[in-house]
Design a protein around this ligand. Structure first.
Ligand code: SF4
Length: 239
């Protein structure tokens, strides 16, 4: 029986409205920790999920993609999270080209001239190079984050990457995430307090004026002034 067919059969017991805790419990019962990877940019959602996994005692791999353009605050948070949740297996995935090599091959400031190509080189390829080691891909993305994520379900088969994708927070609002973070004393990126509800690369992330409530979310600060809204890592079932 193929990996895909086996995975699709296992999905039947979860419903589109399953809570994050039900989804994580189901995952724990059906897969070995070494089969699961969670990717995160250490946004508030990812930090909450890391804490949930730790509380459930699932020592899976937690991977971040270091594009070479991360905020210092994000790198410091990564260090804090690694220290606090030392039972989890942390990895950092890197692009094949350093920023300087990218400048040489593709020209300076590729993120301005061709952000899709820049994201492909610095985010999507490192993901595709590493995902085949796993059977399940866990992420903290939510339906209400953007128009392009509105059809997200907690579990689906990712045809682009040929892997079972699990999004335990699919049905949560940002306020639910913040409630969890504050109730469980989970570390989070201090940039959220300075008007950055979503944090990516320094070149493509800006403050969202007037948005300082930690329970509020917007992706307006990502690739501001550009039609681009997604880095290309995530496709929802109908996109
Ligand atoms: S977010 Fe910007 S700098 Fe980062 S990989 Fe994408 S285009 Fe490049």
């Amino acid at each position: 029986m193929s990996k895909q067919v086996k995975n699709k059969q296992k999905t039947d017991v979860l419903s589109p409205s399953s809570s994050p805790f039900a989804v994580i419990n189901w995952l724990k019962k059906n897969y070995q920790p070494q089969q699961i990877v969670m990717t995160t940019s250490f946004g508030m959602e990812g930090c909450a999920m890391i804490d949930m996994l730790n509380q459930q005692g699932i020592s899976i791999t937690i991977a971040d993609i270091d594009t070479g353009f991360l905020f210092e605050e994000t790198k410091a948070l990564r260090q804090r999270i690694r220290q606090k949740y030392s039972n989890l297996n942390f990895e950092t995935w890197y692009p094949e080209l350093s920023p300087l090599e990218q400048d040489r091959h593709y020209g300076k400031q590729l993120w301005l001239k061709n952000p899709n190509q820049c994201c492909e080189l610095r985010k999507v390829r490192p993901l595709r190079n590493n995902l085949p080691r796993f059977q399940v891909w866990l992420t903290g993305i939510r339906k209400s984050q953007s128009e392009s994520r509105k059809s997200l379900t907690p579990i689906f088969w990712d045809w682009q990457n040929q892997i079972l994708k699990i999004c335990p927070l699919a049905n949560w609002q940002r306020s639910d995430v913040w409630d969890y973070i504050s109730a469980n004393n989970v570390p989070y990126n201090p940039l959220h307090e300075r008007g950055y509800p979503s944090v990516g690369c320094t070149h493509c992330t800006s403050r969202v004026p007037g948005l300082v409530e930690l329970s509020s979310y917007s992706r307006a600060g990502r690739w501001a002034g550009n039609e681009k809204t997604e880095c290309g890592l995530h496709f929802t079932p109908e996109s």
